[in-house]
Design a protein around this ligand. Sequence first.
Ligand code: SAM
Length: 243
Amino acid sequence: MDRNRISRIAHTGHPIAAPLSDQAVTDVLKQALNSTSAQARLLDLGCGGGEWLLRALEQHPGAAGVGVDVSEPAVAHARAEADRRGLAQRLRIEQEDAASFRSEGEFDVVFAVGVSHVFGGLLPTLTAARKHLAAGGRVVLGDGFWESPPSAEGLEILGTMDDLTGLVGSVTEAGWTPVYGHVSSRTELDAYEWAWTGALAAWGLQRRGTPEGQEALAVSAEHRQGWLAGYRSSFGFVTLVVC
Ligand SMILES: C[S@@+](CC[C@H](N)C(=O)[O-])C[C@H]1O[C@@H](n2cnc3c(N)ncnc32)[C@H](O)[C@@H]1O
């Protein structure tokens, strides 16, 4: 199965594709949008199923958003959800590479959560976000870090990352000021991984005996093993609102 389709299925029960609780998402959105006008313009680079924008638009009836993602199933889901939730008039979803998306620097808030691989790292992600940002705008940046030195297996799965101090230090040294931050708790990290592997496993069980069902079960089991044995004990995730 296509990786994008697997990801879509895996996010059925956790539409934000990052380890944040619903309350944490609400808190981050409040901090990101509290200094914008009622007509805030929002951009999500690598928007996935569009959930950050959808919730922001629900909380801010005058706001409008643009989401960009390469994944066909994610884009289709975001558009369908916008229709279902009565937000389609205020949300445009583009299926394209976020790294080559062009704008006139008109956005009050730019979201870049879990997408540093798209831009080649955290600082290039901020540089890309800056191009789209209006004066005085804010960036919501979410990324992983190593809470403690990873095992060889964890390092192989997730690669080299800073610790939290190094991550925040590199952001501030690049000239950004954090005005809010949320470090995901163990409960949030576990909830995300169980939701991801669990939704995929449940989907596979419903199709047990078919090649797709077997594949979904195998991918879920492999991911769960990599998480539990590889990176669960060392991985952390932080979401920053920076100016
Ligand atoms: C970890 S998910 C995060 C989704 C979303 N930001 C969220 O927090 O819910 C990463 C997303 O980046 C998207 N992506 C990967 N490469 C991309 C690219 N070159 N341009 C745009 N999106 C991309 C994936 O399709 C996926 O939806």
